[in-house]
Ligand binder design. Structure first.
Ligand SMILES: [Zn+2]
Ligand SMILES: [Zn+2]
Length: 339
């Protein structure tokens, strides 16, 4: 079968090639992949900054598909069911985290499409414990974006909280930021703005504006000065030092900062004194829980969170390079690949 393969943990070393179609063990389901989302992590895997646990490996950890085969011990799924899949595999099932519904934090956890073969392929076999059925209203390409939506719901709704009287600022207008703006509005925030940088103006901030969020450009000092210390909740989705500093700057006293973006450098300079003086509550949020996936599915099914407008590129798997290049250049928001 056709798959996008990372061959070595070095820059580039990626190609679409033939790999053996996976078999379906008795306790797994075999999924025919319909669409896979390209994530920031994939861009870092391409450059060699993100190290895969195993190479060669089939990439892709955000995808949807339909059940092509069901292992004989599997219950609750039928051939033809449309599904989306959590990327958390090899969890132990017996640690404190697994036993308390936080499988995504299990120390044994591995990443689908990073440490074992993932979804940029025609087929993938997985344990049904990580599979969620897609409601009829959710298309395959939207299903491929459930993973970033679940990351947002975990940060904003499971770890943090948003009240109906809250003003919310989102820093970083990438897919995570644009979904975060929609999720906070869906649960009742009274005002939601999105802050980007100059190069986001044309495409990403334009999309935010089209979706009804007032866009701000960090370089526009005059406008930024007017919104300093205004927000009850700030979602940091940029994952860079400047974004983290800006998030603290926008936060009200006793406000809540929800940190989702992951900086590639280990040390980030944060205006810690200002955060302490503001009595900030900081929720760092990593990965996504089962309940966050269920919240995501219902928010997208109801139409309160719209994922289709984020998909600026819908391409055949063979065109992966084009998809990766437009995202790196900031010329797109989200790309999906069809195997
Ligand atoms: Zn991802
Ligand atoms: Zn565990």
């Amino acid at each position: 079968m056709r798959a996008l393969i990372k061959k070595e943990n070095k820059p580039e070393c990626m190609e679409v090639g033939e790999v053996e179609k996976p078999s379906c063990p008795d306790d797994h389901v075999l999924i025919r992949v319909l669409a896979g989302g390209v994530c920031g992590t994939d861009l870092h895997i391409r450059t060699g900054e993100w190290i895969c646990g195993r190479v060669p490996v089939v990439m892709g950890h955000e995808f949807s598909g339909e059940i092509a085969e069901r292992g004989k011990n599997v219950q609750g799924f039928q051939k033809g069911d449309r599904v989306t899949v959590e990327p958390h595999i090899a969890t132990c099932g017996v640690c404190e985290y697994c036993l308390t519904g936080r499988r995504h934090l299990c120390p044994s956890k591995k990443g689908l499409g990073i440490d074992t073969n993932g979804g940029f392929a025609e087929f993938v076999a997985v344990d049904p414990v990580i599979v969620h059925k897609l409601p009829a209203a959710i298309s395959p390409e939207e299903g491929a974006l459930m993973e970033p939506t679940a990351i947002v719901c975990h940060g904003v709704l499971v770890k943090g909280s948003v009240r109906s009287c809250d003003r919310v600022a989102v820093v970083g207008p990438g897919p995570i930021g644009i979904i975060a703006a929609q999720v906070t509005r869906a649960v009742g925030a009274k005002e939601v703005i999105v802050v980007g940088v100059e190069r986001d103006r044309e495409i990403r901030l334009k999309l935010c504006e089209d979706l009804g969020f007032e866009p701000f450009v960090a370089e526009d000092r005059k406008r930024m000065a007017r919104i300093k210390s205004r927000y009850d909740v700030v979602v940091e989705a940029a994952g860079v030092s400047k974004g983290i500093g800006l998030a603290v700057d926008l936060l009200k006293r006793d406000g809540q900062m929800i940190a989702i973006g992951i900086p590639m450098e280990d040390q980030s300079s944060v205006p810690w004194a200002e955060a302490v003086r503001k009595s900030a509550t900081i929720h760092c949020s990593y990965s996504s829980s089962f309940s966050a996936w269920e919240m995501s599915l219902s928010l997208v099914e109801s139409g309160k969170v719209r994922l289709k407008p984020l998909i600026t590129h819908d391409l055949d798997l063979g065109e992966w390079k084009k998809a990766f290049d437009v995202l790196v250049a900031g010329k797109g928001v989200k790309a999906v690949l069809r195997p």
